[in-house]
Ligand binder design. Structure first.
Ligand code: ACO
Length: 273
């Protein structure tokens, strides 16, 4: 059964442990308004630790994945509220993208159609990305007079070879899903009619993996990019050891001895192992 966020601009279904989350402003090509950004955070919150959710897929209703930031509601209307309005809108959008980047569950962008500008934020936030060959991707900021902000420049620079990234950002030309896959912006491109089946297949593979290892793996892959080899080596040893002890009951025992047994005070010493 389809559920909706408070303002109805995000829709989602949970089926067989896959949460199918959708931008739901098809009449506005799923442009990200402040309301949509708040609703998306609400939905991410609601789904992140549900036991019946193992993978989250983000797609869009109608012909768009997302046409980027809402030029009227996100830019014009928040700017008219001064710097405080602009910063609030930025916090709300960057906030859910960041939340998605470090999401507890594996995430897949299923790019069914238009993906512009600010849409590169959530695109990059998703661990994997599959696109319709018919989808169109563009850094259209240059076409209306701003630089690709909100992380879009960073995403292009991270995912694309330098010359392609520069061309993409400066020319304001769109590329289709197939080119996006060739350039590395998404993992694969398929005809739209086959997209959901392929994403379901990938999600099922992920559902069969150890969830602690998956979370450790996806975080590690993002973290090591800016580390030296030695730092990464050290981080990975520690991350694996942390994952090994994820189900460590010790801290629960520490709480029990303080709250229930009243046998020690953590401020004054350690619990009895
Ligand atoms: N912000 C606000 N409204 C938008 C946006 C947007 N980003 N994208 C589409 N809409 C609205 C249109 O204004 C229109 O509203 P209306 O029905 O009230 O007139 C409605 O959505 C439908 O849009 P159309 O342009 O009629 O749809 P069409 O399918 O012909 O074209 C396309 C789709 C190509 C995506 C076009 O809407 C477009 O160019 N949108 C802007 C894309 C863009 O540059 N986004 C900003 C990127 S930069 C950034 O995100 C920071």
């Amino acid at each position: 059964m389809t559920e909706y966020s408070s303002n109805g601009v995000v829709a989602y279904d949970v089926e067989d442990r896959i949460a199918w989350v959708r931008f739901n402003r098809p009449d506005k090509r799923n442009a990200m308004s402040p309301t949509l950004n708040r609703d998306m955070m609400e939905v991410l919150d609601a789904l992140e630790f549900r036991d019946d959710v193992g993978v989250l897929v983000l797609s869009g209703e109608g012909p768009a994945w997302t046409a980027g930031m809402d030029l009227k509601e996100y830019f014009r209307e928040t700017e008219s509220q001064g710097l405080a309005g602009t910063r609030k809108a930025q916090r709300e959008s960057y906030g859910w993208w960041r939340r998605l980047r470090w999401y507890q569950k594996p995430t897949i962008a299923m790019v069914n159609g238009w993906c512009f500008g600010g849409g590169y934020g959530p695109l990059f936030s998703c661990d994997l990305a599959f696109a319709a060959e018919e989808a169109k991707f563009g850094l259209s900021e240059i076409n209306w007079g701003i630089l690709p902000g909100g992380g879009a420049t960073k995403v292009a620079q991270e995912l694309l070879p330098f010359r392609k990234a520069m061309y993409h950002a400066m020319m304001g030309e769109n590329i289709d899903g197939r080119t996006a896959a060739e350039w590395g912006l998404v993992n694969e491109a398929l005809p739209l009619a086959q997209l959901k089946d392929r994403v379901t297949e990938v999600a099922k593979v992920l559902l069969a993996k150890n969830p602690v290892a998956l979370k450790a793996t996806k975080d590690a892959m993002r973290r090591v990019g800016v580390m030296s080899y030695d730092d990464a080596e050290d981080y990975l040893v520690r991350a694996q050891e942390a994952a090994n002890s994820y189900d460590n009951e010790g801290r629960k025992e520490g709480i029990r001895q303080f709250i229930d047994e009243k046998s020690y005070k953590p401020g004054l010493g350690a619990y009895d192992k």
